[in-house]
Design a protein around this ligand. Structure first.
Ligand code: GRF
Length: 194
């Protein structure tokens, strides 16, 4: 199964995938970012589909359709979002439904959204973690495939907590992707893990 990684940030989760022997066919980004540099160093195709705006003028459906066509033209079968900060919409969920994975830095359904680590920290939670789930059009709401907990220490800051969560994401996400590629999850019933 050919898979694509979608990223917007430093790309340490992508790097963990590569270190653990996973080989994405293409790394796609919505902005210039570290993940593209990691892909370049690894000799993986880089696809930059830059967002033209970050405000209300952003054509989310148009952007998602363009991304969808690019992935289809490469016969991609699985999409793994790894810190991709553009919420997708429209046709991509019909074409790739049940085959779009995401890692979220909190224990869903708690703390959805782009500021999950900060929100959990400010709430004073003592335990948080990460969630690997199937992405659906509603943000951070699809079926959960795996979760791992992280304890919040009194000495933690938002940054140190995020780094602790990323440490577990770097272990867990590659495991889930590997299982998904090995078809250990039923695509039509993604909650059924073997
Ligand atoms: C991860 O914590 C991911 O869950 C969040 O962004 C972070 C990506 O980290 N959405 P990196 O860019 O792979 O280092």
């Amino acid at each position: 199964m050919r898979f694509a990684v979608l990223a917007s940030g430093g790309g340490s989760i992508l790097e963990a995938m590569l270190d653990q022997g996973l080989s994405p066919y293409v790394v796609c980004a919505d902005r210039h970012c570290g993940a593209l540099e990691i892909a370049e160093r690894a000799g993986i195709e880089r696809l930059l589909i830059e967002r033209e705006s970050f405000d209300a003028r952003f054509d989310r459906v148009g952007y998602s359709n363009r991304l969808c066509e690019e992935l289809l033209s490469r016969d991609i079968e699985l999409i793994a979002m790894a810190g991709f900060m553009t919420l997708l919409a429209g046709r991509v969920f019909e074409v790739f439904g049940g085959r779009i994975l995401n890692t979220h830095p909190a224990l869903l359904p708690a703390f959805k959204g782009a500021h999950a680590v900060r929100d959990a920290f400010n709430m004073g939670v003592k335990v948080t973690g990460c969630t690997i789930h199937i992405a659906t059009p509603e943000m951070d709401s699809g079926p959960i495939l795996a979760q791992r907990a992280v304890e919040v220490d009194p000495s933690d800051t938002i940054d140190s907590l995020h780094e602790k969560i990323k440490r577990v994401e770097r272990e867990l996400y590659p495991e889930v992707i590997r299982a998904f590629l090995a078809k250990e999850y039923e695509v039509n019933d993604p909650t059924t893990a073997i």
